[in-house]
Design a binder for this molecule. Structure first.
Ligand SMILES: [Cu+2]
Length: 536
């Protein structure tokens, strides 16, 4: 089986020690969380596992929890064909639906390794995750509002050969979410080697918007990678530099394909774009110069469509784009062009990172109009309405909770602190259930390294209140700034050097420990991540 091969080759390729274990910390912390009773694990009454089980990973289905959909999801070693010649050894998800709609789990065509989970708001899911990697892992459902124990916090990482049974209700409104491993210090590596998937939620409001669906609803997962001469993935070089700078690939894959091309009908499509790269920021535009029509962001549909000449996507961010090929003639080709940027923007030369030059656009996805009848469809002008998040409700309107982002002396930190014990929460990281707060991510960057940091908060969707721009942004920062999407509901926000971004968030339904962190995966693994605690 290819698992042995990946074990043997991955360490040599990556230059990092695959055998290092985080078992000790995990066991201690899981014990501590259970014994101390620090958190109320299930603030919301439902049929999930009882708090008493908190010290152990849930390895069995909970009697009485009747899922609408049940599936197996395994993280395994395998091979895929990306480039001509040798197959590429990867880690990937495999799985199958064992109960309910068989379409609830599929794989993006062309990739065969990027899974897509589809669920409706209100459905109950049981996902039997089996870790068949040679190291600890756990799956985080990025974007979902979910009980602590189902959120995939690194404290719940399970060892090789172990199971974790996820049971949860899909609370979110319709949206384009995703999932990936989240074991501490190994997230970057596990995602890079192929473990990431989409989690698409639908609901009645989305149905009512009558957007393109089924074969006209196309996910586009963007990931950059670097291959050696034998077509094997290359990850971090030894030493700290690439970790600090963030790892950059020299090829941009879409849905796992190095040359993504798709025949499209003469009608409108919905493209769900996800930046699932480790560290690379993208500026996207259409090759024909038309503006991009944005209909959704991280947390689902916007209230109404908007346009952008270009679209900036930080790591972990999603954008739903509406595009109409009805005017195209058979054979016409339109490409989505991406400019890739290191999060260090223009401040540090690429020579220092060993990465290829990143600016300058290249087509990453080509859409070729097929023959056939034209089918006109109107872009809905009214898409959705949001749950109310009002500044008047904030308990700290005049005193935002400030999170300083910093990179210095080989450390990536939030408010001067790196991720510590699995359940460590400082006094200023505790919030009250049911309250609304203003948080301010401050990338003052007057010392240390100046970088853009995409900040992600688990368990909720926030609204962007305010972004303060620096007095003299550089050219790259200006260009990327023009394509930012601060609209709608968000769970990742790109904070550029010298900027402060204020967001409004409500801590609802669930008490417990959740993460907030930089979504540059190398930064997250370096500890640019902290817990916050929602208290009753
Ligand atoms: Cu960062």
């Amino acid at each position: 089986m290819a698992r042995g091969a990946a074990q043997a080759t991955t360490p040599a390729r990556t230059g990092i020690d695959m055998n290092r274990t985080i078992d000790i910390g995990r066991r201690r912390l899981m014990g501590a969380a259970g014994a101390a009773g620090l958190v109320t694990l299930f603030g919301r009454g439902n049929a999930l596992a009882a708090e008493a089980h908190a010290a152990m990973p849930p390895t069995e289905a909970t009697p009485g929890f009747r899922p609408d959909i049940e599936m197996d999801l395994d993280a395994v070693a395998g091979e895929i064909n990306v480039l001509p010649g040798n197959a590429t050894r990867v880690w990937r998800f495999t799985g199958r639906v064992t109960q309910g709609d068989p379409h609830a789990l599929s794989f993006l065509d062309g990739s065969r390794h990027i899974p897509v989970i589809r669920a409706r708001q209100g459905q109950k899911l049981r996902i039997n995750f089996t870790n068949q990697l040679p190291e600890d892992s756990i799956v985080h459902w990025h974007g979902l509002h979910i009980v602590q124990r189902m959120d995939g916090h690194p404290m719940y990482a399970v060892g090789s050969g172990r199971k974790y049974v996820y049971e949860f209700v899909v609370d979110n409104r319709a949206g384009t979410h995703w999932f990936h491993p989240h074991p501490h210090e190994r997230t970057g590596l596990q995602v890079y080697f192929g473990l990431a998937g989409l989690f698409l939620v639908s609901d009645d409001e989305e149905d009512a918007a009558r957007l393109p669906r089924d074969e006209l609803d196309l996910p586009l997962v963007i990931q950059d990678r670097r291959f050696n001469a034998a077509n094997q993935l290359v990850y971090l070089a030894p030493g700290m530099m690439q970790r600090m700078m963030g790892f950059q690939g020299d090829r941009v894959l879409v849905n796992g394909a190095a040359d993504y091309t798709r025949a499209v009908k003469r009608t409108a499509y919905r493209l769900r774009v996800l930046n699932a790269s480790n560290s690379t920021l993208y500026s996207l535009r259409w090759s024909n110069g038309r503006p991009l029509t944005l209909i959704g962001t991280d947390g689902g549909l916007l209230e109404r469509p908007m346009t952008r000449a270009s679209l900036t996507l930080g790591i972990g961010e999603r954008a739903d784009v509406w595009v109409d090929f009805a005017d195209g003639q058979p054979g016409d080709e339109t490409a989505l062009v991406a400019e890739s940027y290191s999060p260090s923007l223009e401040n540090i030369t690429n020579l220092q990172t060993g990465a290829a030059p990143v600016a300058g656009g290249r087509p990453i996805a080509r859409f070729r109009v097929a023959s056939g009848a034209t089918r006109r469809s109107a872009l809905p002008q009214r898409l959705s309405s949001f749950p109310p998040l009002r500044i008047e409700d904030a308990v700290n309107r005049s005193r935002p909770r400030t999170v300083q982002l910093s990179m210095q002396r080989g450390q990536a930190m939030l408010n001067g602190r790196a991720f510590g014990r699995m359940d460590e929460v400082a006094d200023d990281e505790k919030v009250k259930l049911g309250t609304t707060e203003v948080w301010e991510f401050a990338n003052d960057a007057s010392f240390g390294m100046r970088m853009a940091h995409p900040m992600h908060v688990h368990n909720l969707q926030f609204r962007v209140l305010e972004r303060s721009r620096p007095a003299q942004p550089g050219a790259v920062q200006q260009a990327l700034g023009a394509g930012l999407t601060d609209e709608g509901l968000k769970d990742v926000i790109l904070v550029m050097p010298g900027e402060r971004v204020k967001v409004l968030m409500k801590f609802e339904h669930y008490t417990g420990i959740y993460l907030y962190h930089c979504h540059i995966l190398e930064h997250e693994d370096l500890g640019m991540m902290r817990n916050y605690l929602v208290q009753a």
